[in-house]
Design a protein around this ligand. Structure first.
Ligand code: GLU
Length: 206
């Protein structure tokens, strides 16, 4: 298992993401990471191997990452050793799209071979990175449409949280056979792998 948290709204995202991830620690993990966007700047990504407290320390409790839209992840490695490079979020080649993933992409090897043949370079050993690079490959300006195209190519189980430079303040999320909830509040909207991650902010949960 692992944990996903996302927030977009009118508060600083990083402290909310770290707090939400701490509520998902029970699910088990080996590393953690955040991607946070400030306005139309590229997302800043910070990752740390081991305990979530390492990420908390590295980001000064989230204060070092400015921005009101972001995604966070605690990883339980299935493909690739637990290290910083394999930790999520994973970025597209142009750095515009950041992805967190819970689950397993069963046909990742076949997709990876095809992407390599098209000249894509993989940074990590994860199955997740095929999703990120496929989003990059198919992106036509409409991330939701692009994602549904990618979903028709990938097999397996997944909950995905995605942010993109060209979709300011938006988080795109999708789930298939992995848990994901959406929380709505006056201050902003959330995604999470489980309810405790957002319970202190909202009871309006889908
Ligand atoms: N399969 C992905 C990986 O190994 C995601 C694992 C998870 O659910 O944390 O990075």
């Amino acid at each position: 298992m692992c944990g996903i948290v996302g927030f977009t709204g009118n508060r600083q995202a990083a402290p909310i993401l770290l707090d939400g991830l701490s509520k998902l620690e029970y699910r088990g993990y080996d590393s953690a990471g955040l991607a946070v966007r400030d306005g139309d700047a590229m997302a800043q990504v910070v990752k740390a191997k081991g305990r979530l407290s390492n990420l908390v320390e590295k980001t000064d409790n989230g204060n070092a990452l400015k921005g009101t839209c972001g995604i966070g992840h605690t990883r339980w490695a299935t493909h690739g050793v637990p290290n910083e490079i394999n930790s999520h979020p994973h970025n597209s080649q142009n750095g515009k799209i950041s992805v967190v993933h819970n689950g397993i992409i069963e046909n990742y090897l076949e997709l990876k071979k095809r992407l390599l043949a098209k000249g894509y370079i993989f940074q990590s050993e994860t199955d997740t990175e095929v999703v990120t690079l496929l989003l990059d490959y198919y992106f036509d300006g409409d991330l939701l449409k692009t994602l549904s195209k990618v979903m028709s190519r990938i097999e397996g189980s997944y909950a995905l949280g995605i942010i993109n430079k060209d979709n300011p303040d938006e988080i795109i999320a999708v789930k298939k056979d992995s848990p994901l909830i959406v929380g709505l509040s006056e201050e902003g909207n959330y995604i999470a792998s489980d309810i405790p991650a957002v319970l202190k902010h909202t009871r309006k949960i889908y």
